[in-house]
Design a protein around this ligand. Structure first.
Ligand code: GRG
Length: 313
């Protein structure tokens, strides 16, 4: 029998019915992040679970920093619809597990071959390639073990949404086209949009929709979340391209300037810095417009979406 969905946060005040206390954005964001960190720590198997080396590597990759954007989007969206009896935390943790698996695999020598992630050695540098590969596989699989603990209808809906986002036509498909695009001198704007919509926006969209599903959002509200995610995801990736071209490695916690060095087609290469900044700003506005008709207090989500357009890492 599956263990019930555990909620270690029942008395922390940021979930369930009732408006969150009127706190400033940074405090609110940190409170969500603290819930995510605790959820990751408690829900993911301990480092001593056999085989310890595998679980150590999973936890090394997961618990070593990161903005936690996707799980925070899930929790904040669930709260938008009033939270309720279902805890969105396991879904949020599942999304971070899949995101982290994709980072581990992206950093491998056969893909981006990177030494630095989240300000620390990449998982294959800290452990070894085979362990990193397996840790990524295990995180992807664990995400669905977590989702399977929800009641059947919700588990099915979450599985469909998250598996679609992470699958061969979205996250993995975007990564495949990204690798193929690297082999030619110039990708077109259309190819670039396909890559970013799938490699980046799909998981961001699934994070929003998962929060809506946990809180019983209607099909129309889920559609609004999908539109928000599409615009937000594209804006996020354009800002990522801008940061790769303009920020330094220490600030980013990952190798800066890689796209330029690899001659990779990015928004910055195709359109220039100024136009890229305008695109990111226009897409941020579009994300906010799609969010606007949804019920609930949107102060936090609005501020989060706005903050991503001006982020520095
Ligand atoms: C290997 C299937 C597979 C996919 C890899 C995640 C990814 C796809 C590639 C990493 C490179 C990249 C630029 C991806 C686009 C999405 C993105 C900007 C990821 C980084 O997300 P952040 O900034 O990272 O939220 P943190 O570390 O803060 O969680």
């Amino acid at each position: 029998m599956q263990p019930p969905v555990h909620n270690p946060f029942a008395n922390q005040g940021l979930r369930g019915k009732g408006a969150p206390p009127p706190v400033d954005f940074a405090t609110h964001f940190q409170a969500y992040r603290d819930r995510v960190e605790l959820g990751l720590d408690q829900l993911v198997p301990s480092a001593t679970t056999r085989p310890a080396r595998l679980h150590e590597a999973m936890r090394y990759a997961l618990l070593g920093g990161g903005k936690r954007l996707r799980p925070v989007l899930t929790l904040a969206t669930a709260d938008l619809f009033g939270g309720g009896a279902t805890d969105a935390l396991p879904a949020a943790v599942a999304l971070e597990c899949i995101h982290t698996y994709s980072l581990i695999h992206d950093d491998l020598p056969c893909m981006d071959n990177d030494d630095l992630r989240r300000g620390r050695p990449t998982t294959h540098k800290q452990f070894d390639e085979a362990t990193a590969l397996l840790a990524g596989d295990a995180l992807l699989t664990f995400a669905f073990q977590l989702v399977a603990r929800y009641p059947a209808n919700l588990a099915t809906a979450l599985t469909r949404e998250i598996a679609d986002a992470a699958g061969s036509e979205r996250l993995i498909g975007g990564q495949m086209e990204d690798l193929l695009a690297e082999q030619k001198a110039d990708a077109t704007a259309g190819e670039l949009e396909f890559i970013h919509l799938n490699k980046t926006a799909a998981m961001i969209t699934a994070s929003l929709v998962a929060g809506g599903l946990c809180s019983g959002a209607t099909p129309a509200q889920l559609d609004a979340l999908r539109t928000t995610g599409r615009h937000l995801g594209l804006a996020f990736q354009i800002v990522d391209d801008i940061l790769d071209a303009t920020a330094d490695t220490a600030t980013l916690g990952k190798t800066a300037g890689k796209d330029v060095k690899a001659g990779k087609t990015t928004y910055v290469k195709l359109h220039g810095l100024e136009a890229s900044r305008r695109f990111a700003s226009g897409l941020t506005e579009a994300a906010l417009a799609a969010l606007a008709p949804l019920p609930g207090d949107k102060t936090f989500l609005t501020a989060l979406i706005e903050s991503l357009a001006v982020r520095v890492r």
